[in-house]
Design a protein around this ligand. Structure first.
Ligand code: XBP
Ligand code: MG
Length: 258
């Protein structure tokens, strides 16, 4: 079977959005709500084990017992929903100003794939509005049109590490798992892609560099740019093309399926 599509994760893969993007948007929403909650870089690293912003807030309430959350289940659900809506507004604004740069090599690989006629999609846990804001401001105002399907957030019942979001994208594209490759950054993301039988390459980041990537085809520091080669963390030694992971390497990895 030949490679038909690349499916990109968003947070940590397209851009390094968690530490200074999502985390600060959560903290802004806590301040706006008059809560004395603050997620430090370290605490957020622990909370990232839970995907989904609403689920992460609930995990924080259940496991850190902060002051200020309602105890009545229905009231708590409404409280979390409102907090998360405010956080999403804060995040969307932050993607516009101060904005964020794409990770190395991501824009280049996307354009190479498009020139190669390789179809593109997104499979992410984050909220759709966040994807729109990131693509529009960090990549191109037309960037959303590059992706045939944007599978995001609550569109599926179970978030990563469950395979639902990748299965949703395959179904929407009418493709089989062995026709696509996923680009991810985290253990949860890898498990989600593998649960759907999708070959996956990993680019690590500050939060995920210590995670277990057993089952990934290869793990790189990033996708590279001429003059800025990535370290290869694991997998069969890949000879880079002008310091970069290009579509040539992607096809080679897909076909060898190591
Ligand atoms: C990362 C996530 C998301 C973000 C927060 O998504 O787990 O929950 O941390 O975004 P992915 P929301 O790596 O799958 O792109 O608050 O909108 O959930
Ligand atoms: Mg991610």
């Amino acid at each position: 079977m030949s490679l038909k599509a690349l499916i990109f994760d968003v947070d940590g893969t397209l851009a390094d959005t968690e530490r200074d993007g999502h985390r600060e948007a959560f903290n802004e929403s806590f301040r706006n709500a008059g809560l004395d909650w603050h997620w430090s870089v370290e605490v957020y690293g622990d909370l990232l084990k839970v995907t989904g912003g609403k689920e992460r807030i609930r995990h924080f309430i259940d496991n850190y017992q902060p002051e200020g959350a309602p105890t009545d289940p229905e009231e708590q659900d409404a409280f979390i929903r409102k907090l998360h809506q405010d956080k999403t507004k804060a995040y969307v604004n932050r993607m516009a100003d101060p904005g964020i740069a794409p990770r190395p090599g991501v824009s280049r690989l996307i354009q190479e794939a498009r020139s190669d006629g390789i179809r593109l999609a997104i499979a992410t846990t984050t909220t759709p509005e966040n994807v729109t804001s990131l693509l529009t401001h960090a990549f191109d105002k037309e960037a959303e049109t590059w992706f045939e399907v944007i599978g995001a957030g609550d569109i599926v019942p179970a978030k990563k590490p469950a395979g639902d979001i990748y299965q949703y994208v395959l179904d929407e594209m009418d493709l089989k798992a062995d026709e696509v490759m996923a680009v991810e950054d985290s253990y949860n993301g890898l498990q989600s892609a593998l649960a759907t039988g999708i070959k996956t390459i990993i680019t690590i980041n500050g939060y995920t560099q210590v995670e277990d990537f057993e089952g990934a085809l290869v793990v790189f520091e990033h996708l590279g740019e001429p003059g800025f080669p990535p370290a290869q963390i694991s997998g069969p030694k890949i000879t880079l093309n002008h310091d970069s992971v290009t579509m040539q390497q992607i096809h080679q990895l897909f076909d060898s399926g190591v």
